[in-house]
Design a protein around this ligand. Structure first.
Ligand code: ATP
Length: 366
């Protein structure tokens, strides 16, 4: 078991491309940590540096107490699972799983009986026991990925590294495998670092998420912290579907408090938020409101708006409102509310869940 630590790690490709820059991260022992971010933000490069497949340009990487910068991948006590099912096509499933046990670097050779026991143990954990005598070509994508997973599990590494392992699977299987991977992680009792650009996957699996942006950490936190208290506008906009509504607002002093003003609405902020705004001194902000925090009513609210589009989602529906030529805000509301395009309704924002960001820096104010 081991924690993984990155201290001021950077990776430059060629003269100009900084894939990762001054990146700090501490993954706790047995934690499931997800590296999440848009394409090109440096997730895979970070993972490959931890694996030893890429050498950092600067910075230190520790696995447990060991500084591993100069240690080759096979001696780092890690297993990696890739997006493409990296299994040997000419070997049966059984031999694929047994491979690392037979030929890996270990202090003591395992007996045939021990290998057989481990192969069956992990095959049962990932539910492919009945496939042990097949060849990979005789398997579906999901089954092949399970073989890759079983092979990684068999060698009982200190750290698992996953690089988008579910992205080649169909949507249904992906959701099923999420649950299974989480269960397997708990059973294996090792540390897992998981790369994805899929926020739903990250939210459902992670103990903590590190959101990355342009080679750096944008926020580290539990899924709930990231969702309910995004540290900046980038994280706020990246997490959540439909995405958070972002509205430019002015913040004005009024009777010792703060009034939030926009061309479409205005209201006084609660005391705590007002104090945070006053301390920041910021007067031009972006107000973030998640679609589920926009309440729609026929009776009254903060301001009125016309329904633009209705998108049914089963028990819920997404309603869009066009406030002006460029500004559309969305509400995620119960499908029980019956409205149609063109209809005039009232909107209000949940005051407990407002997010305010500095318009210049994007940093959270409240
Ligand atoms: P994705 O989700 O698309 O896989 P990512 O977040 O994993 O993206 P990386 O693959 O780590 O991103 O790439 C980060 C940056 O480094 C990108 O700008 C990429 O083009 C660049 N990069 C990655 N590998 C190399 C390489 N071998 N040579 C040159 N540039 C590279």
């Amino acid at each position: 078991m081991a924690e993984v630590r990155l201290e001021k790690v950077s990776k430059r490709f060629g003269k100009r491309v900084w894939a990762v820059r001054d990146f700090d991260l501490r993954v706790e022992d047995r934690e499931f940590l997800v590296l999440l971010g848009p394409s090109g933000c440096g997730k895979t490069t970070t993972l490959r540096m931890i694996a030893g497949l890429e050498r950092p340009t600067a910075g230190l990487i520790y696995i447990g107490e060991r500084l591993v910068n100069l240690i080759p991948p096979r001696d780092r006590d890690i297993s990696m699972v890739f997006q493409s099912y990296a299994v040997w096509p000419h070997m049966r499933v059984y031999d694929n799983i047994a491979f690392g046990l037979r030929y890996g670097r270990r202090k003591k050779r395992l007996s045939k009986a021990d290998i057989d026991r481990v192969v069956h143990e992990v095959a049962s954990l990932v539910r492919i026991e009945e496939l042990l005598s097949r060849y990979p070509t005789q398997l579906s994508g999901g089954q092949r990925q399970r073989v890759a997973l079983a092979r990684a599990l068999a060698v009982k590494p200190q750290v698992f590294l996953y690089d988008e392992p579910l992205s080649n699977l169909d949507a249904k299987l992906r959701i099923q495998m999420r649950t299974e991977l989480k269960y397997i992680h708990e059973q294996a009792g090792s540390t897992s670092i998981y790369v994805t650009h899929d926020q739903a996957e990250a939210m459902s699996m992670a103990d903590r998420i590190m959101v990355m942006r342009e080679g750096q950490g944008a926020q580290l936190g539990t899924p709930n912290e990231i969702y309910f208290r995004p540290a900046n506008q980038f994280v706020a906009g990246f997490i959540g579907t439909p995405p958070m509504n972002m509205l430019e607002v002015e913040l004005e002093e009024e009777d010792g408090g703060i009034k939030l003003v926009s061309p479409h609405f205005g209201f006084r902020l609660g005391e705590k938020t007002a104090r945070a705004v006053q301390e920041s001194g910021v007067r031009q902000a972006v107000l973030g409101v998640r679609p589920e925090d926009v309440t729609v009513s026929l009776e009254g609210g903060d301001f009125s708006a016309q329904v633009f589009v209705v998108e049914p989602q089963g028990p819920q529906q997404i309603l869009s409102f066009k406030l002006d030529e460029t500004l559309i805000i969305k509400s995620l509301t119960s499908a029980d509310l019956s409205v149609s395009p063109g209809q005039e309704v009232w909107l209000s924002f949940n005051r407990e869940r407002l997010h305010l960001f500095d318009r210049d820096t994007g940093v959270r104010l409240n």
